[in-house]
Design a protein around this ligand. Structure first.
Ligand SMILES: C[S@@+](CC[C@H](N)C(=O)[O-])C[C@H]1O[C@@H](n2cnc3c(N)ncnc32)[C@H](O)[C@@H]1O
Length: 296
């Protein structure tokens, strides 16, 4: 698990490498959670605070956002982002053991974070505990390696470092609709809905893409830089081969990237899907804790 904890280097490059990926899915997450003016929102696994900042814009001055992350380095980035906001607080918290009071939030969001938890069910149980009756939790998670932007590197690394295979598999363990829906329902959420959001992100070349990894940015990058030079070379080669992205950018190809999502230019990398899971908290004593009525 230590390998997946975001360290200083992983945090330092996160914005430059991946903000555009996370940011695309955040509006879907906030919409699913029903975040609106005056809400008290908890953003678990906030990272650099991208979703927390977007939530703050919605809740306005009468609402409040708590941004929490297990990584002190990531939380520090969120603190820098939100330091001028009077209605935002940043906390270092394990999402599986939140030190926050029961029934204290209208919405809990978790953008591309739950699949990092060793025990995501425990995390969802905590989300439910801190929600008031009728509050909503919404999470986004990776689906499959071929459709992830950066996390796909983990399974490739695991081919050369089998000791990392379990961590790599966990990052895609919630990508199945039934699995995610069942997990929400088992933790007592009702009216569970799962949607799939697809988006294509363009890159000019494989070298441009992989530069983030070689610099140690993000979760895959920090694992990559800890590998031996031989293993790094092998992982880079396989990543290139599996990506289908040309190694060298060409002017015409990179220009065509501006139309990414609408054309199939080989320089446009068409993948990345996030599943958005949503569950309404059901904490009334009138209702059974495990109603088994989840709709997906
Ligand atoms: C891919 S980043 C997502 C960051 C941010 N939510 C975003 O969408 O840009 C995953 C984040 O989950 C955090 N994380 C991993 N395990 C966690 C846990 N058990 N509790 C809280 N945060 C965790 C990491 O530190 C990291 O900041």
């Amino acid at each position: 698990m230590a390998q997946l904890m975001y360290d200083a280097m992983a945090a330092a490059g996160y914005e430059r490498g991946f903000a555009r990926i996370s940011s695309h899915f955040i509006p879907f997450l906030l919409g699913a959670a029903g975040v609106t003016a005056g809400h008290r929102v908890l953003d678990v696994a906030t990272g650099t605070g991208l979703a927390a900042e977007a939530a703050r814009a919605l809740v306005g001055s009468i609402g409040h956002v708590t941004a929490a992350d297990i990584s002190a380095q990531m939380a520090e980035r969120a603190r820098e982002r939100l330091k001028a906001a009077p209605n935002a607080t940043i906390q270092i918290e394990d999402g599986q053991a939140l030190g926050l009071p029961d029934a204290s939030f209208d919405a809990v969001i978790c953008s591309l974070g739950l699949m990092f938890f060793p025990d995501p069910a425990r995390g969802l149980g905590q989300f439910r505990r801190v929600l008031h009756n009728g509050g909503r939790a919404a999470v986004s998670v990776n689906t499959v390696p071929e459709r992830s932007y950066n996390t796909r590197i983990h399974p490739i690394i695991a081919r050369y470092e089998p000791s990392l295979a379990a961590d790599a598999a966990r990052l895609f363990s919630l990508g199945n609709e039934r699995t995610l829906g069942t997990l929400f329902a088992a933790e007592g959420f009702r009216d569970v809905k799962i949607t799939t959001e697809k988006h294509a992100f363009g890159v000019g070349s494989f070298d441009e893409y992989f530069d983030h990894v070689e610099r140690g940015w993000g979760s895959a990058g920090q694992v990559f830089v800890s590998l031996s030079p031989d293993t790094q070379r092998a992982v880079a080669k396989m990543s290139g081969a599996m990506s289908g992205i040309p190694a060298v950018p060409s002017r015409s190809k990179s220009r065509s990237c501006s139309a990414v999502g609408r054309n199939k230019s080989p320089s446009c990398w068409t993948r990345t899907v996030a599943k958005i899971g949503l569950g309404e908290s059901e904490q009334s004593a009138m209702l059974p804790a495990h109603p088994g009525t989840a709709a997906q």
